[in-house]
Design a protein around this ligand. Structure first.
Ligand code: GRF
Length: 206
């Protein structure tokens, strides 16, 4: 079986990246992680990736002159690794049309809310403040508008009385670690429609 060569982009601790690496340890998993790249030197996830024997790259976004100059360097690195799919996993950079277009239909993101509710930052506090009864997480294809692309997988998580953002984030993170590997597997094995079409919504059992 040919496994889809996948790069994971991170900015921080990399717990979702780790979930993807763990899933991809199984030779039957349809994607292999060929590169973990961070825009933040010393991002915690880099150590986890190195320990797992995965190639890593650090491309500091600072001092590059422009967002696009940073992205062109990152893009070149992805091509060097023969990357076919990109997974954003806590990658805290807004992307320009250059990068989004270059990876259109081939780039996933995980967002800690039930999109289209609560795009952007501070999702858990906003869900609590709104009186929402469920929070959750969404894996979606990345398009030029932030947190808006076609949805591949979602998990809903109850918001319990007394929850603060920290407690809700921890509960949602458990679900994130389940749906991201399931969503990547679905995309890598071609279950959703190919790029350009809205993919099948895929809800893995939690
Ligand atoms: C996750 O909550 C993810 O949904 C969001 O950023 C966080 C990253 O956490 N995009 P981690 O680095 O994967 O632990």
């Amino acid at each position: 079986m040919k496994r889809v060569r996948t790069a994971v982009l991170i900015s921080g601790r990399g717990s979702n990246m780790k979930a993807l690496l763990d899933a991809a340890k199984d030779p039957a998993y349809p994607a292999e992680i060929v590169l973990v790249a961070a825009n933040v030197p010393g991002a915690g996830g880099l150590d986890i990736a190195r320990e797992a024997g995965i190639e890593t790259a650090t491309i500091d976004h600072r001092g590059k002159g422009s967002r696009e100059a940073f992205e062109r360097e990152l893009h070149a690195r992805l091509l060097t690794a023969n990357t076919e799919l990109v997974c954003l996993a806590g990658f805290m950079r807004l992307l320009t049309p250059f990068f989004v277009d270059a990876w259109a239909g081939k780039m996933l993101n995980i967002h800690p809310s039930l999109l289209p509710a609560f795009p952007g930052l501070d999702t858990h506090q906003r869900a609590i403040d709104a009186g929402a009864k469920f929070g959750g997480c969404t894996v979606h294809f990345v398009t030029s508008e932030m947190d808006v692309g076609p949805i591949v997988a979602q998990a809903a998580v109850p918001i319990l009385p007394g929850d603060d953002a920290h407690a809700l984030a921890a509960r949602v993170l458990v679900a994130e670690h389940k749906i991201y590997p399931a969503a990547l597997a679905a995309v890598a094995s071609g279950k959703p429609a190919p790029s350009g079409a809205v993919p099948t919504v895929y809800n893995p059992p939690l």
